[in-house]
Write a protein that binds this ligand. Structure first.
Ligand code: 5GP
Ligand code: MG
Length: 195
């Protein structure tokens, strides 16, 4: 019997030219990341998790179930694809939050850090809302691409400089539902049917 990697059972797998992180590796790393985070915050009464939508939704949904602490969850919607450090004001971010984060221990979850501009912009704005502590967690970090800011405090995988889709990451809003992370075939980028 032909044994296929788990990702091949999903409908769009043929659309990838390569798998960068398999479904199994994602599952294992998300569990161990959850354990690292649980340990790092073991002494606090409660954690506030902020998920950057839409890209981090799938990652955050899995990760919070591996964090064995009392936590509250909220989402931040960021419209700019790339933004500089003045890209968001604390008021704009507060407007997209339901929870008050002042005095709280906050963990920000995003999908991927590339140049670092998006994460830096969100972190700067969140700092203006006076959390007690603020740490960052990303599923993917692209090697050698950082222009601003520090690396995230918690990183799932360091990957090469490739544009990837799946496990929440999109290409023109598609492919978020892939169970692995991979590179989209060049001939499928922006086909006429998407216009
Ligand atoms: P940065 O501001 O760090 O350059 O870019 C980070 C943002 O760009 C991410 O939050 C994500 O929305 C988008 N991005 C960067 N690299 C990729 C990628 O490989 N795939 C997808 N789908 N989005 C990416
Ligand atoms: Mg993003």
């Amino acid at each position: 019997m032909l044994l296929l990697p788990p990702c091949l059972f999903f409908m769009f797998e043929d659309d990838l030219s390569s798998v960068v992180v398999s479904e199994l590796d994602l599952r294992e790393r998300v569990t161990s990341l959850g354990a690292e985070i649980s340990e790092a915050y073991a002494s606090i009464p409660e954690l506030t998790v902020l998920c950057v939508t839409n890209g981090a939704v799938v990652f955050a949904a899995d990760l919070i179930r591996s964090i064995h602490l009392s936590l509250r969850l909220d989402c931040i919607s960021v419209t700019n694809y790339h933004c500089d450090e003045a890209g968001f004001t604390p008021q704009e971010l507060a407007g997209s939050l339901r929870l008050d984060i002042q005095g709280r221990h906050v963990l920000l979850i995003d999908d991927v850090v590339d140049t670092g501009r998006t994460l830096r912009g969100i972190v700067s704005a969140l700092e203006g809302l006076k959390p007690r502590s603020l740490k960052t967690c990303v599923l993917l970090s692209k090697e050698g691409r950082r222009e601003v800011g520090e690396d995230a405090d918690f990183i799932g995988f360091t990957i090469p400089d490739l544009f990837v889709v799946g496990y929440g990451l999109d290409f023109a809003e598609r492919y978020r539902n892939l169970s692995c992370v991979g590179v989209l075939r060049p001939d499928l980028q922006n086909p006429p049917a998407w216009q």
